[in-house]
Write a protein that binds this ligand. Sequence first.
Ligand code: BGC
Length: 348
Amino acid sequence: MRAVTVTPGVPGSLRLTRDHPEPPTEEGGILVEALAVGICGTDHEIIEGHYGEAPPGGDTLVLGHEALGRVIEDPSGTLQRGDLVAGIVRHPDPVPCANCAVGEWDMCRNGQYTEHGIKALPGFARDRWRLQPKFAVGLDPVLAPVGMLLEPASVVAKAWDHIERIGGRAEWQPQLVLVTGAGPIGLLAALLAVQRGLAVHVLDRNTTGPKPDLVRALGATYHTGTVGELDFEPDIVVECTGAPVVVLDAMCKAGPAGVVCLTGVSSGGRSIDFDAGALNRELVLENNVVFGSVNANRRHWDLAAEALARADQDWLGSLITRRVPVEAYPEAYAHQPDDIKVVLDFTL
Ligand code: BGC
């Protein structure tokens, strides 16, 4: 069968393998036919050789962690033939650490977790894959065109879960949210904020392309320019660019008792001049919290599946700006200016 693979650490090793072995039953009892995988910055990092790890005993990693498939068979009876399904990306570490032991693998403490398509587990960019029931998330049939957005939505659902837990440490009635970056994570963060009844502002550097209209269609306000220029103090900031200046501006911008959630993974290696004392003073005197958030556990995947099923399906569909057949895979991994979410389609 077909699989899109790389040799981690070797830039330019992306290829389509046609004789990839069928998924072994040890992967799980649920056999799934691939429909699509979404592509994100992490895939690009892996392709460029900066990130990623092959499963033990080999040097090849199947890409793809934003999965959507259709169940071929599930002997456990958890899912039915034809059901839409996504695979949870992260598996708990084998020790397990205190967090993995209770299913909170998104908070793994020892770094020995594994991740499909990223770290030591084969990804979902192959014609068929298998899952264990506890890592299989069924999707509402209405999500057939957009279900590969469940993985980024799970990351955002986890961010919101933690924002609310942190905010809830004292009396808290948030109203204003700032999301920096209108990529897939930023737009999904804005969607979940709107679903919570909050007033949402999204800032991005793009003045043209689909992003301004996508934000307005949510009932949110679109801004360009710098965070410093905004004339309000948000109760919550969800930072989704990972761009150093935006990250620092976002940390300074939150209002009293504000919560700033960082979700963007920066590449690092660039330093900028920054007044750390002024930031410290601001954070202390305003009881602000800045925290990082990555990945998601089962509870977040289930919350995300509900949030997506409740959303306007046409709006979700317009986040997918290109669907590329697997046979044309190099096109899917080549950036184009108005890309939001590019999807590798196994059915075209
Ligand atoms: C994925 C996460 C993963 C992270 C780090 C992100 O692209 O969405 O599930 O934990 O990369 O590997």
